[in-house]
Design a protein around this ligand. Sequence first.
Ligand code: PHE
Length: 397
Amino acid sequence: MIRTSTRLRMAVLGASAAALLAGCAKRENVILIGEYGSLTGGTATFGISTKQGIELFVDDANAAGGIGGTKIRVNVEDDQSKPEEAATAVQKLIDQDGVIAVLGEVASSRSMAAAPICQQAGVPMITPSSTNIKVTEIGDYISRVCYIDPFQGMVIAKFAKNTLGLTKGAVFRDIKNDYSVGLANYFSDSYKAMGGTIVADEAYSEGDQDFKAQLTVIKSKKPQFIMVPGYYTEVGLIARQAREMGLDVPMLGGDGWVSDKLLEIGQDALNGCYHVNHYWEEDPNPAVQKFVAEYKSRYNAKPDGLAALAYDAAGVLCAALERLRTEDPASFQALLGPRNDAQKAARAKLRERIATTKDFPGVTGRITLDAARNAVKPAVFVGIKNGKYEFVAAVEP
Ligand code: PHE
């Protein structure tokens, strides 16, 4: 009696364990994507906005059935705003987690640290927002959904020279930051070619707190504006210290200023300043307004330019996956399978679908990648007045 019931129980247990395992295996049948970003450290708002933008797109896509019924899962790694950690994070995502594609980073220096690992492993990487030209030059597995710094630098130069009518500028660059150095150079070249003069070119390093020595030099050269191609924390401090020293000329900047924290740090000192962004949250385009409303209700915050680019990067990746699924179902299946040669070949097919993205309707504009896998899109100029943002212009490429 006892033996029979035990055997019966074991049989029942065995059956349910098998069902459980089958359930797990089924749940494991997902498209596994990696994401690396600065969730902590000096530019934490970059990583947090990006994570939220990706999460929003992917959750919506999964609610609508995923990619032909297969769900997408995103494994996220924090790189603490450090290039070395970015490389470690991506190595882990690829080697341990076995992701089939990677989204990240925001900062160009960190994308440049991790991209060679993706290229080497044959894992497609899409950076939502790294604008330094070198990022996609690392190899054909690396793409981006944003414009690049030669364009951004030219847009800022044109704005200073033609819109504001200023002929004498100073540059204050972060020499530890590939993005800042590149953008400073492209800006200067364009501005000089338009007939403008650079009267001072000073340097600081990310993490600095005191900028008075360099600002004193800049002030003595009497520029009509200061171009500061840096990230928000330093930009906010620079603005305050410049004003304290009676250096009241407008400051201009690039997309690195984009953060909720900028106005918190720089406060009144930023009135009358301008910078470039990737989208404008009050754009009447219904797709933009739907994104803004959904993001606000979910995160209780306005989506910044980074959240918007991240949402689009996830969108471009999902669209490429969907194209692969319909055009080449065997390769799509191989992406879900073990990490073997068939999967490697399938990742190459996915890479090709990403690289040929055309007219993707993003919230940051229509996205078409050129032969160098860079997006060709408009830039948005915004100004700060009375502690609030104002739309100034959208500049077509
Ligand atoms: N473009 C910057 C870089 O390449 C990153 C950035 C993009 C920061 C958009 C803020 C907003 O480093």
